[in-house]
Design a protein around this ligand. Structure first.
Ligand SMILES: Nc1ncnc2c1ncn2[C@@H]1O[C@H](COP(=O)(O)OP(=O)(O)OP(=O)(O)O)[C@@H](O)[C@H]1O
Length: 314
């Protein structure tokens, strides 16, 4: 589709705008973002896994830069290398070739400059909420008293100060993830890496968490890379979306999200949102990989004959 063309949708006569047409305020914001330096640069990163008899090229020559205070989401079908990429960014895995640069310097291994929030709840169960948040601060050599003061400030920021003395098992999933975010941020990283961090939460809690995250991000100097399977989540959160294709994992497209900030739930039904989602769905379909996390349409179940019931009145 040429830029500026309009996309016909299935719904008769309703046309969606081109997702690449940014409203003026978004275009202005995007121009500002692009003027900022790269905090994180993925410099021609390739990753091959060698198993007994086979080689898998999980990532092939990935080249991408994340600007300071940008929120980038990474999407793509199962197996396109999203987890491999974030593990390399976190320093948990080395690239086969290429480099990760933080503020222009090549990184090797994990570092305090990159905080990570995983999908599963990863709080230390034997520490209370405050001690969990203090953990990263104390690791950086800060005194216990000062770490406690800072941890309480973080808990206030995420609205959980009254749960400072509670233990993780006493909190809901959403609250645990809020503490996990606070714990990661308390160590003052430059970049927050989030690996499907909200995918274990129910839909309502997930939306709340997305809003919490954007609220925190608005207040502090942090750059976020967020991996997700959920296209709505990617569009709602991101300034730009990095779309990966599988076999081997390559950059297919970088999408500038045509939505103003601050984001509001109503934007999820806007034409710009729907046009971006339609394009992403089309891209992912074009990769021809069944996404096991997508909702099944038209599932056919073979039932044993004897269990069949009808609603016919006897
Ligand atoms: N440790 C490993 N050893 C061998 N192959 C691996 C390893 N980790 C990942 N792979 C392979 O690399 C490719 C990319 O995997 P990866 O988990 O990064 O994809 P993904 O996009 O995160 O998938 P999903 O969305 O299902 O989590 C896949 O083919 C996978 O089988």
């Amino acid at each position: 589709m040429e830029k500026g063309e309009w996309l016909m949708t299935d719904k008769a006569e309703h046309t969606l705008p081109d997702y690449r047409d940014l409203p003026p305020d978004v275009a202005e914001r995007m121009a500002q973002i692009k003027k900022r330096d790269y905090v994180l640069k993925i410099d021609h990163v390739t990753k091959e896994f060698v198993q007994k008899r086979s080689r898998v090229k999980a990532l092939d020559d990935i080249e991408f830069g994340v600007h300071r205070r940008e929120l980038v989401c990474v999407v793509g079908p199962s197996g396109c290398g999203k987890s491999t990429l974030i593990r390399i960014l976190a320093g948990l895995e080395d690239p086969t070739s290429g480099h990760i640069l933080m503020d222009g310097k090549s990184v090797h291994g994990p570092g305090a400059d990159r905080g990570m929030v995983f999908q599963k709840y990863t709080l230390f169960p034997w520490l209370d909420v405050c001690q969990n948040v203090m953990f990263g601060i104390e690791m950086a050599g800060v005194s216990r008293l000062e770490a406690q003061r800072q941890a309480l400030q973080w808990l206030q920021m995420i609205g959980l100060e009254q749960f400072a003395k509670a233990y993780p098992h006493q909190l809901s999933g959403g609250m645990q993830q809020r503490v996990a975010i606070a714990r990661a941020l308390a160590a003052s990283p430059r970049v927050l890496l989030m690996d499907e961090s909200f995918s274990a939460l129910d839909a309502q809690t997930r939306t709340k968490m997305q809003n919490y995250l954007m609220e925190i991000w608005r207040k502090i100097d942090i750059t976020i890379v967020f991996i997700t399977h959920d296209l709505d989540e990617a569009i709602y959160l991101a300034d730009r979306i990095l779309v990966l294709k599988p076999n081997p994992g390559r950059v297919e497209e970088v999408i500038e999200v045509p939505l103003s900030r601050p984001r509001r739930a109503e934007q999820m039904t806007s034409d710009e949102f729907l046009a971006t989602k339609a394009h992403l769905e089309e891209l992912i379909r074009s990769f021809g990989v069944p996404d096991e996390n997508a909702e099944d349409e038209d599932v056919k179940i073979d039932l044993p004959l004897l269990t069949l019931v009808t609603d016919k009145v006897e």
